[in-house]
Design a protein around this ligand. Structure first.
Ligand code: GUN
Length: 288
C-alpha cells in the first residue's frame, strides 16, 4: 500500500513548534518580523503573499506587506530593500518573484542582506549551503528535507533523481540531499532517456512545472515520489508534475498536490524568519 505523505499535517506540527518558540523569543523583547515586497499584479503571486502574511499572524510574528505598481523603477525597489536591511523590526525580507522584466532579479536578490535573506536565494547563502555551512536554506528544498525526515526516510546512500534544475528548487534540493549522503542525479529538459534515470531512483523529485509529466512508467515499484509542481490542468484544477492517480499505484510513498510540498514551503519561510530573529538576539547579547 502506498503511503501518502501528508505535508499539511507535518507543516502543522512544525508551525506549532515555531509558534511556541516565537512566544519564548517575545519574552526577550524580540518579535520575529517578515517584510514581503510585491511588485505588480500577478494573481498567483498575490495569493502566495496573502498566505505568507496569514501564516505570520497565526504564528505570532510581525509582518508587513509593501506593494508597488508594475512600473516601479528598479532604483526605488533597491532603495526600499536598503531601508529594510537597516530596519531592526524586520528579520526577514522576501521579494516575491517573478519581477517585471525591467527589474533585474539578481540585482534585487543581491541587494538583500544575506542575514535577512529568508528565501535563501542570495549567492552567499547558496555558497554556504554548498559547502555545508550554516545558512538560510531555500524554503522548498528545506521543506522537502524536513518532510522526508519526518516520514522516517533514511537518506544515506539513497539514489535521488531530481527532475528540473531551477535555482529555486532543482539545484538546491539536490545539494541538500547530497549533504545528507544521498547519491544525486540531475535530469532536465535536455536529458536523453529520462526513464532510464528515474527508473533507477529510490527517490524521484519532480520539479519541472509541467502537469502530469512523471508517469507510472518513470517510477520503480516502491519508490518515493516528491511532487513540487503547482500547475493548473485544462479544467483549471490544481495539479502537480506527477500523474498522481497512476503513480500512486506503483510508488511506496507519494506527496499529493495540493497538501504536499506547498504547506512545507511556507512553514520553512517562518522557520527561517524565526532563525533570523534568534540570530539578531544573539548579536545583541554579544555586543552588550
Ligand atoms: N515565487 C515563487 N516561489 C517563490 C519563493 O519561494 N520566493 C519568492 N521570493 N518568490 C517566489
Amino acid at each position: 500500500m502506498v503511503h501518502i505523505i501528508d505535508g499539511k499535517e507535518i507543516a502543522k506540527k512544525r508551525k506549532g513548534e515555531i509558534a511556541q518558540q516565537v512566544e519564548v523569543l517575545k519574552k526577550s523583547g524580540i518579535t520575529p518580523g517578515l517584510a514581503v515586497v510585491l511588485v505588480g499584479d500577478n494573481q498567483a503571486s498575490r495569493t502566495y503573499v496573502r498566505n505568507k502574511q496569514k501564516t505570520c499572524k497565526e504564528l505570532g510574528m510581525h509582518s508587513v506587506l509593501i506593494e508597488y505598481a508594475e512600473d516601479l523603477p528598479e532604483e526605488e525597489l533597491l532603495g526600499k530593500i536598503d531601508e529594510l536591511n537597516q530596519d531592526e523590526s524586520i528579520h526577514g525580507i522576501l521579494v516575491q518573484l517573478p519581477l517585471p522584466a525591467h527589474i533585474s532579479e539578481m540585482k534585487v536578490i543581491e541587494a538583500i542582506s544575506p542575514d535577512k535573506d529568508v528565501d535563501g536565494f542570495h549567492p552567499i547563502n547558496i555558497g554556504r549551503m554548498m559547502i555545508g555551512q550554516d545558512s538560510f536554506l531555500p524554503c522548498t528544498p528545506y521543506g522537502i528535507l524536513v518532510m522526508l525526515k519526518e516520514t522516517g526516510i533514511n537518506l544515506e546512500g539513497k539514489h535521488v533523481v531530481v527532475v528540473g534544475r531551477s535555482n529555486i528548487v532543482g539545484k538546491p534540493v539536490g545539494q541538500l540531499l547530497l549533504n545528507e549522503n544521498a547519491t544525486v542525479t540531475y535530469c532536465h529538459s535536455r536529458t536523453k532517456n529520462l526513464e532510464e534515470h528515474t527508473l533507477a531512483a529510490d527517490i524521484v523529485i519532480a520539479a519541472v512545472g509541467r502537469a502530469g509529466f512523471i508517469k507510472q512508467e518513470h517510477i520503480k515499484p516502491g519508490a518515493i515520489v516528491i511532487d513540487v509542481g503547482i500547475n493548473r490542468n485544462e479544467e483549471g484544477k490544481l495539479c502537480g508534475d506527477v500523474a498522481f492517480e497512476e503513480v500512486k499505484e506503483k510508488a511506496g510513498y507519494i506527496t499529493p498536490v495540493p497538501g504536499g510540498v506547498g504547506p512545507m514551503t511556507i512553514t520553512m519561510l517562518m522557520d527561517n524568519t524565526l532563525k533570523s530573529a534568534r540570530n539578531s538576539l544573539k548579536t545583541l547579547q554579544s555586543t552588550k
